[in-house]
Each structure stands twice: as structure tokens, then as C-alpha cells.
Design a protein around this ligand. Structure first.
Ligand SMILES: *[C@@H]1O[C@H](CO)[C@@H](O)[C@H](O)[C@H]1NC(C)=O
Ligand SMILES: *[C@@H]1O[C@H](CO)[C@@H](O)[C@H](O)[C@H]1NC(C)=O
Ligand SMILES: *[C@@H]1O[C@H](CO)[C@@H](O)[C@H](O)[C@H]1NC(C)=O
Ligand SMILES: *[C@@H]1O[C@H](CO)[C@@H](O)[C@H](O)[C@H]1NC(C)=O
Ligand SMILES: CC(=O)N[C@H]1CO[C@H](CO)[C@@H](O)[C@@H]1O
Length: 410
């Protein structure tokens, strides 16, 4: 509902400056909740970029008609592909349950996804398997090969398209219900990215919400670490939608600690840093150049292990350039059963585990999947009774207000 309104306003260009001001005002107000937790992380001063205050002054200038700014470009994060050219999701053709789920949660978040079919590694021709000239990994398993193939198909799609960036996600993930806000905040940081090697071109300044100086932008990792010698390479920024310390996995707390983030800033700040040690491919963006480098390094030249491991090795070897966002923005949705994995079969688990109603995700403040269930819930007959009740009360000349929190009109 709110999203539709935002879209509507977004296209009213005359009113845009004013409306953006309203969005920013409510965004600042929503910063009150953040929980503080001082255990574990040591105190050390680091330079912070205060995105909220920067946004506010930029917006003020816009409303006065002075100099167009990064804000215009960052506002693309409110579109159906989060400011990327498209969002692709990889799913095995038979996992219609996951495809239904992705369709549903994406629609509730104002996102549009394009399906890239997962591949059964067993069905691949031996001749189609990339060379493995390095003994970094035991023989690659068919499921790992199939997973690589699906991602390679996604890269190929990007290369064939005329899009500059694409977000690639897997079919078992969750995100924050305020995902557009989260990506807008990231975009504002990337528009003013202090980690860039070269200044942004005019084209990047005016039409690339996340810049184009990277091959991969890692946002759905399940493990990460900084370059051991380059803890200076970090940009730390305010994000009101960051998970609390309790909701953040230990591995990311450790990484934030290694960058010198103070304990009282965990649960308030997110980090942007050069990608060095990410595992998992649940969510990452690629540029066209990135898609080319991936298909070259993880295919044409060789494939030395599962797609995420070889991507990480290439980042560590400096053959791919990327950034990691910490804590990640896209996270695994889990139900605790066999449905959780298409790679590993654990016959000890029940098929459904706790089911989607008992499912969970880590590193997310407001799970879009949990919010979706709440948002679509209603009690139709109770609403009829409530209305009848209030009509009767009106007839009796009493205060006509219905009691409780009925779902009528939602
Ligand atoms: C960030 O900006 C807000 C709003 O202007 C301000 O209240 C807060 O003190 C600033 N924080 C830092 C770390 O500068
Ligand atoms: C807003 O405009 C003033 C006056 O032109 C300028 O000094 C200031 O840097 C601008 N602020 C931003 C964030 O663009
Ligand atoms: C979203 O914004 C990006 C960047 O401006 C653009 O490339 C993309 O086509 C837009 N997507 C939609 C669905 O409008
Ligand atoms: C951009 O980064 C520079 C250098 O860190 C900082 O001085 C400036 O305030 C930032 N501007 C915006 C709009 O974030
Ligand atoms: C006062 C009242 O009716 N509260 C209800 C609001 O809705 C929740 C969720 O359906 C109920 O648990 C409350 O009892």
C-alpha cells in the first residue's frame, strides 16, 4: 500500500522534492528503536559517514531547485528491480514451492523477478564441464556443477542484454520488508564511495545508482572476512534497518569487529568493504563487465570448485573486483527440513521441518516473509460481526466505533 503510494508520488516530478523530504523525515524518525548492546566488541574510533544528515541537506537543496544530486539516482532503488537493470532468481524447475514463495514475497515487496532455471548437473555432458587445472578442490559434485551452470546462464543472460547491472538471487532467501529503503541507503553510499580507485564518470553520476566500478557486489553471503592487511578499506554508514546484535550472525559481528566498529554501533551501522572472503551466492549483483569476467574466470579458463568458492578465490587473487555489504542484505530462509537444500540430502530430517509458518532467517531486522503473513492475514467473519455490532450500536445512538483491531478495509 505504502509502496504503491511511493511509486505514485515518485512519478509526480513536480512534487518529488517535497515528497522525498517527507520520506526522509519519517526515515529519521524511525531511527529511535535501535537497541544498544555492548558485549564482545572493543572500542576503537572509526570515521563514519552520516548518510541521514547528508540526505536531508541534499533534499533541501533539491526542493529549492539547486543542483541535481545523488538523491535522484538513488531513488531508483524504489523501482521494481531495486535500481538494477533486472532481478534474476535461480531455481530448480521442480521447486515450484520455492518459486511460488519468491513470487509472493517479491510481489509484497514491490519487486519483479525473472526466473533462471536451475540445472541438474548429472544431465551435463562431460565435454561441457570446464577444465579444472588446479587441485584446489576434490572432484566437483554434480549438484555443485549444476549450481555453477545456473549462475553461468545468469551471467550469459546479462552479457546478452543491454543492462549495465543485474541482481542475481537464489530461490530460498528472505530480505527486510523495507528493502527499497535499505537499497536506497546503499546507493547513496555507493554514489559517494570512498573505496573507489577512480572517480565516477558523468554517466555513473547521473545514471548508475550503485556505480559501475565493480564486477560483483556481494549482498547475500553466509560467511565473510576482510582482507587481512586492509582493514583500512571500509566505509561505515547509518542504516536504520540493520539487524540488532542478537539478530546478527557471529561471523559478521567478527568481521565488523575486525574493521573496528564499536559495540554501541552494532545494530546501527552497515559496512561497505572490498569483497575478499564471501561464501554462498544467495544474492549478488554483477555489472556487464563483471558477468564477462565471471564467465571467463569461472568457466572459459577453468572451474576449480563450487561457484561461490572459486568466486572467492578469484576475489582473493585480485582477478575479480567487488564490494561486500555487512551484515548482508539478503539472507537464507530456513524451515529445518529437507526442503532447505537442493544440494544435500539428509534423510534424518523430515521433509518440511517446521514449515514456512515456523521458518526463520538471520541478519534481517524485519523479515519480509514474516511481515507478509501478517499483512495478508484477516478474519473476514469477525469483520462482518464487528460491522454489524457497530451498526447496532449506531442504531442505539451510542458511540459507533468498533472495538479492537479489525482487519476491515486492509
Ligand atoms: C547523524 O545525523 C543525525 C541527524 O542529523 C544526528 O542526530 C546524529 O548525531 C548524527 N550522527 C553522527 C554520528 O554524526
Ligand atoms: C546545498 O546548497 C548549498 C548552497 O548552494 C551548498 O553550499 C551545499 O553544499 C549544498 N549541499 C548539498 C548536500 O548539496
Ligand atoms: C530501475 O532503475 C534502474 C536504474 O535506473 C533501471 O536500469 C531499471 O530499468 C529500472 N527498473 C524498472 C523496473 O523500472
Ligand atoms: C562524500 O564523501 C566525502 C568524503 O568522505 C564527505 O566529505 C562528503 O560529505 C560525502 N558526501 C555525501 C553527500 O555523502
Ligand atoms: C484488542 C484486540 O482485538 N486485539 C487483537 C488484535 O489482533 C491480534 C492479532 O490478530 C490479536 O491477537 C489481538 O487479540
Amino acid at each position: 500500500m505504502l509502496l504503491k503510494l511511493l511509486h505514485f508520488y515518485f512519478f509526480l516530478t513536480l512534487a518529488a522534492g517535497f515528497v522525498i523530504g517527507v520520506i526522509v523525515a519519517s526515515y529519521s524518525l524511525s531511527q529511535g528503536f535501535i537497541r544498544q548492546d555492548d558485549s564482545g566488541i572493543h572500542e576503537e574510533e572509526t570515521q563514519f559517514i552520516n548518510s541521514t544528515s547528508n540526505v536531508a541537506s541534499t533534499v533541501l537543496n533539491e526542493s529549492l531547485g539547486i543542483e541535481p544530486s545523488t538523491f535522484d539516482v538513488a531513488a531508483a532503488a524504489w523501482n521494481e528491480s531495486l535500481g538494477f537493470g533486472e532481478i534474476l532468481y535461480v531455481s530448480m524447475p521442480e521447486r515450484t514451492d520455492r518459486q511460488d514463495a519468491m513470487n509472493l514475497v517479491a510481489s509484497m515487496s514491490g519487486l519483479k523477478l525473472r526466473l533462471i532455471n536451475g540445472v541438474d548437473g548429472e544431465s551435463m555432458s562431460l565435454k561441457a564441464i570446464p577444465d579444472n587445472d588446479d587441485s584446489k578442490w576434490a572432484p566437483i559434485r554434480p549438484t555443485e556443477l549444476g549450481c555453477w551452470r545456473a549462475h553461468a546462464d545468469a551471467w550469459r543472460y546479462v552479457i546478452d542484454s543491454n543492462m549495465e547491472t543485474v541482481l542475481i538471487i537464489e530461490d530460498d532467501i528472505d530480505w527486510d520488508k523495507n528493502i527499497h529503503q535499505v537499497f536506497q541507503d546503499l546507493s547513496l553510499q555507493m554514489q559517494n564511495n570512498t573505496l573507489r580507485l577512480v572517480p565516477p564518470t558523468d554517466h555513473e553520476r547521473t545514471s548508475a545508482p550503485y556505480g559501475l566500478d565493480w564486477d560483483v557486489l556481494i549482498m547475500g553471503q553466509c560467511h565473510d572476512e576482510a582482507h587481512p592487511q586492509r582493514h583500512d578499506l571500509v566505509q561505515i554508514y547509518d542504516d536504520p534497518n540493520v539487524p540488532s546484535m542478537a539478530d546478527t550472525e557471529q561471523i559478521f559481528l567478527k568481521q565488523m569487529h575486525s574493521f573496528g566498529l564499536r559495540a554501541n554501533n552494532v545494530g546501527k551501522k552497515r559496512l561497505l568493504s572490498p569483497a575478499y572472503g564471501p561464501f554462498c551466492t544467495m544474492g549478488y549483483a554483477v555489472t556487464r563487465r563483471g558477468a564477462q569476467r565471471l564467465l571467463l574466470n569461472l568457466g572459459y579458463l577453468s572451474l576449480r570448485g563450487p561457484v561461490d568458492m572459486d568466486m572467492m578465490w578469484k576475489l582473493q587473487e585480485g582477478k575479480l573486483r567487488g564490494y561486500s555489504v555487512t551484515p548482508p542484505l539478503l539472507s537464507a530462509w530456513r524451515v529445518g527440513g529437507q526442503k532447505d537444500s537442493d544440494n544435500k540430502h539428509d534423510s534424518k530430517l523430515s521433509v518440511s521441518g517446521k514449515g514456512n509458518e515456523g521458518g526463520w532467517s538471520r541478519n534481517i531486522k524485519n523479515s519480509a516473509r514474516i511481515e507478509m503473513v501478517k499483512e495478508l492475514a484477516m478474519d473476514n467473519w469477525q469483520d462482518y460481526y464487528r460491522r454489524t455490532g457497530s451498526e447496532k450500536q449506531m442504531e442505539k445512538g451510542k458511540n459507533g466505533q468498533a472495538e479492537g483491531n479489525g482487519t476491515e478495509g486492509v
